[in-house]
Design a protein around this ligand. Structure first.
Ligand code: IMP
Length: 189
């Protein structure tokens, strides 16, 4: 597994939000991930499957850092709802457009958190017998894991923080922030 830093850089921008990773740090790390994925593919083709909506900016940047013949597909699963707490259940809202049998597949996800989403998707995709199935997660929160699953490529490993920006939302807001920022915790129920 590849892993980045666990640095918590707290500069204040975006109306008082703390920046965890700047756009430059993200760009540098995505370039490294792309180079690693390119090496591992050894010239073979790739299908990149983005998990909507959060992975969209990451997929767009990673795809341009991967120097192979690549196509895109997207799936959508039920998400966190409107707050910071997961309902626990994963439901497929949008399926793949094309079959993946015999193909090199890279699932591209913004955050590997409890692991429920990626465990569900991995099982679903393996039923189609891809040639290879790997996972790229920009962020990993290992302390939150409920399912035994690891990503093959991880941008940054972080503690139990709720983050927004670079595709990641809080109640659908903040996805367009260019940096990854920290969201203040919700008070307990
Ligand atoms: P998991 O199924 O618990 O691994 O959660 C995966 C999904 O939960 C991610 O793709 C995100 O959509 C969402 N999620 C988990 N942690 C965060 C966070 O810190 N900020 C925003 N979304 C999150």
């Amino acid at each position: 597994m590849l892993s980045g830093d666990t640095v918590c850089m707290a500069t204040v921008t975006h109306q008082g939000l703390q920046v965890l990773y700047t756009r430059q740090q993200i760009a540098d790390r995505v370039a490294e991930m792309g180079a690693q994925i390119t090496r591992d593919l050894n010239g073979e083709k790739l299908v990149m499957i983005g998990v909507l909506k959060g992975a969209a900016p990451f997929l767009a940047d990673l795809a341009r850092a991967v120097q192979v013949d690549a196509t895109f597909d997207f799936v959508a699963t039920s998400s966190y709802g409107k707050g910071q707490r997961s309902s626990g259940a994963v439901k497929l809202i949008k399926d793949l457009d094309e079959p993946i049998e015999g193909k090199n597949v890279l699932v591209v996800e913004d955050i590997l958190d409890t692991g429920l989403t990626l465990s569900y998707l991995r099982k679903l995709f393996l039923q189609q017998h891809p040639k290879t199935l790997r996972i790229a997660a920009l962020l990993d929160k290992p302390s939150r894991r409920l399912e035994m699953i690891e990503a093959d490529y991880v941008g940054f490993s972080i503690p139990n923080l709720f983050v927004i920006g670079y595709g990641m939302d809080y109640a659908e807001r903040y996805r367009n922030l260019p940096d990854i920022c920290l969201m203040a915790p919700e008070p307990p129920e």
